[in-house]
Design a protein around this ligand. Sequence first.
Ligand SMILES: Nc1ncnc2c1ncn2[C@@H]1O[C@H](COP(=O)(O)OP(=O)(O)OP(=O)(O)O)[C@@H](O)[C@H]1O
Length: 830
Amino acid sequence: MADDGMLLNFSIPEAGLIEKVKFKGGKWKDRQTAKKSAEKWHNKATARLTGENPVSKKSTTNANHTEIGERKTTRQISPETWEAAKEHRGGERETKRARVDGEFKSSADFRPSSTVNATEGVKRTEERHGGPPPKQIISSLFTYNPTSITKELVKTDPKNETPVEPSNAPLDPKLETFTSLGISPALASHLLNKMDMKAPTAIQKAAVTQLLKEDSDAFIQAETGSGKTLAYLLPIVQRLMELSANMKKRKAEDGSGVHRDSGLFAIILAPTRELSKQIATVLDNILRCAHWLVAGTVIGGEKKKSEKARLRKGMNILVATPGRLADHLQHTEALDVSNVRWLVLDEGDRLMELGFEEEIQRIVGNLNLRMRATKNKIPGLPEKRTTVLCSATMKLDVERLGEISLKDAVHIRADPADKDRDAVNGEDRDQASFAPAQLKQTYAVVAPKLRLVSLVGFLKQAFRRKGSVMKAIVFISCADSVDFHFDLVTSRPEGEEVTSPKTETAEPEKKLEETSSETKPLEKKSKNSKVIQSDPTKLVVTHTESPILSPPTHTVTAYRLHGSLPQSLRTSTLAHFAKNKEASVLFATDVASRGLDLPNVDLVVEFDPAFARDDHLHRIGRTARAGRDGRACIFLMPGCEEGYVEILKNDRKDGESGVNIGRQDADEILKKGLQPAGQAIINGKKEYKTAYMDRATDLQLDFERWVLASPARLESARRAYQSHVRAYATHVAAERGYFDIKQLHLGHLAKAFALRERPSGMKVPGLRTGAGRESKSTRGKGGMPKDGHVNPNIPEEGAPGADEAAKMRKAVRSKEKFLRSAAADEFNLG
Ligand SMILES: Nc1ncnc2c1ncn2[C@@H]1O[C@H](COP(=O)(O)OP(=O)(O)OP(=O)(O)O)[C@@H](O)[C@H]1O
């Protein structure tokens, strides 16, 4: 009705108020796109005129931040939902939550097993926490994402790429042999025939020559997978074999050579039990050609009594963890170290990182003291002890370890030219360590909202062709997040049996009261409320098949590994993963990054970038070992994180050129991983080029529903998210410019954990406790870096653009508040 009293009375034509345009000419695809957007606009405009609900007419794929109860399984919002949303925004009636049928209509790839629908899950959460469920935010995956600032560094045609010579491979057996380094023919033929080692690697050549020639201390530095273990073991075994032969010649006491009672001659210290066991296995393999030499381990994890009994029986080479050895030195009389002439500190930087400085000081002091007190010297035994420090990377704390343990040490490197090159390249690259040259590195630029689906897409693509990727390791920043991702990818389709022959379970140890399987969802210890899942029948699953990652042709097994798992489980999981000859993927924290020699790992994914460059080098070093090929991909978020490409360039000896560093973005990953090759016909329609977006959206919604369907999963997702954010704040100061916590979009990131809640309203009862990565002194309140810098892009109050700035400041403040509230405990990285 018009203001002047005139009454307008006309009917709406059937075709609508606004005439529809016909599109002619051009490509069919362009016409379709134009038609669709015109239709959308037409519906909206008609609805505005008629006062109808526009969304009920048309799909709302791009509806951003729809604060409503729950979305239907298809991406259309029903009239009831629309009503509910209207009421939610201040309508008169009581807010209704939209119904969800819990059915997975759209994704062929992923269907959760639970028959519990999302609304019931939320209700149960509500009962548990005694309050209304938090508002749900269902945002589109493909809108409001930050834009990337990097481009492909060097676009080379793969055909024109010159093959890169492996840098950690064994040398040419025609030119170099073990015997030419001074290794006895017996030992050399054992290496060849029983261990399939024809020639030494470059670091073995340098180290064996040096350590057989002189008794001076040494620092062995070489890239990952270059054979450092044999580089220090071979000279020790060779020298002991010579000692034994000499004793036989001299007809010592009982006329025999070295045997287990002759004394302990060498100690090898490694930072973890896993590594110690690995070294002990290599040593046992070598000693098969010198069976009179006996090796043993003291690494904890078993009763000290049995370790003492072994020490009493006698051994010539001991592999130990520092804590346990220091303990035995103090309390086990049978442990006589007066004859120890070789001390090896393997993975030196990790020994320091794990805080073994004091123990190592005690051990070195003890060895010095007992050596001086020795009266009965064995003829042929060196006068002086040789200490060898080993590391793939060189950090300040390795230098400190060197100060404690080494005297006038020789620096042994694989390529003697490295020193000269360092001198030319200046301080930054001095003593730098590099990734193996043959390793192919890529980085994936993925916005926070797209991280979860992109990871799944990436892995699906990697395992698509049988035999293309045998084993992959996905590095994740913290234990909670490992658990979440493992549980998600191992969820079973509806109605399928949970128990599978590939599922390994174990009773949890006292410290870890948790369970993680589809039927027995993740429930964890609550620190504050003591709501503890202490049912001893609950089991921990560490490996099982992953339906979502398995292509139709074969099965992919998923594993998980982190420091909060009981030692026995960690060991058996690693052993199982190492032996598995089928496609498998290990989700792990940095506990799997150092020294572990897992065969046939073709791909390393750094889903969460490492806390420091050295850790990154160790992680990617799990592949491309001993001259073999390997691939590594790091996920970076658009923006400041992309600056990390500089670090990737520095991984390479060739430096700045950036050759061999490829770039991918989320669209590319999703297209390859989720969209089948060729053009498919779905529901009678030809798939169009953005089909991957629909698939990704469906997958994301499936994940979100999976999380919502059980209170335990919801809790696990929240815990993973919060631990992840706190871990993010602990990147080393030098790299915080790339990983700036203040630039992190917490809301978007929540979507990567399949959460639909605001970060500020998230409550996690009883986060897992555990040692944080950095000491308290290096972290400020709430896990924020002490030197957390202020974003220079935010103008001061009163300055131009101050309104926007005020909003940004508010966002930053609430982010900090969230971090503080979430950081009551240390996050668990182990
Ligand atoms: N001379 C050789 N010929 C063939 N293979 C070898 C040789 N030396 C070592 N290897 C193999 O190379 C792999 C890596 O060896 P090792 O674990 O000692 O490397 P590393 O330098 O200690 O690596 P990291 O720094 O990651 O600990 C092992 O599988 C080992 O069997």
